[in-house]
Design a protein around this ligand. Sequence first.
Ligand code: SF4
Length: 365
Amino acid sequence: MAVDVLSMEPAALERLMEEADLPRYRGRQLFHALWKTRIASYDALSVWPAALRARAAGEWPLMRVVPLERQKARDGTEKIVVGLFDGEQVEMVLLPHRFGWSVCVSTQVGCAIGCHFCASGLLGKTRNLSAGEIADQVALAEVILAERGERVRRVDLMGIGEPLDNYAGTVGGLHLMHDPNGLGLSYRHLTVSTSGLVPRIQKLAEEGMPVTLAVSLHAPNDDVRGELMPINRAYPIARLMDALATYWERTRRRITYEYLLIDGVNDGVPLARELVRLIRRFPAHVNLIPWNPVPEFPYRPSPAAQVAAFRKVLDEAGVSCTVRRELGQEIEAACGQLRRSVGKGTPSPPLAEKAAGHPPSEGGA
Ligand code: SF4
């Protein structure tokens, strides 16, 4: 297995250089070139002598993600099919907001969790993404947005995959996004979604990274949640809420609950009242999301009147709540619609080339 320099933090790169009988500062130079200059090949690492560049290309191949296809919706949302070094593909999404742009990135090729409303889990999981592959989607987003004079303001690990089922890749990717010499994003602007892997939530609480945790709740009791999310059988709601309490106590980050509204399944007013009682324990925010159609599932999105009735219960109880705008639905880039795509062709040369050697971002979102 090739040494994956894209996933290494500065200290690890310094050690790698030392082991290769090179000065440690070469590690810092490489980290800067990977994440600030965003080199696509060692040829662009001009501060290294030609012989070292040639050696590095042979010993430490750069496994950057490559944009293969781009699709834009009328609302400005852009879905990008991203190629990985081994030919696998995932999807990432750029989303416009009032505060600027966010990027939703994938953490696994496919997903093993198999929620009964989500396209991403339909083919199961093929492999985890590396820390470098996760962070590199954000670097790619920075390249694309810089062309418009924009930059990434927020990152959501909410694309394909369960981030906490790829714990090492996710935590490593967050470090690379946060490092001031990496992508320089504040932890507070990074959100990790989870279907509710209780032991991993407890572990994440101890990492000392105050990232926002967004929990796919989708129902306030085990009966309804168990129907929608098989994971609820392993980690029922009572255990999930205890883990979230720990997360709140350690990080002081308000928990975000994602709640897809599915017509006649989980959108009744009594369930809204039950939700209010469930989440009162610590500060929380609820994202209500009318379910985005996926042809393989028999559901319908909740009608607008039902969404409003559900929201009214939360508002009257003083629960912080938003109804998420339906960005990117027409290009299947909305929540739960991303899927592992295969055989979409070769990298599109213009963007693939632009992804290399773009001016560095200033960092510090
Ligand atoms: S909602 Fe998340 S955890 Fe569930 S199947 Fe989809 S990607 Fe996996």
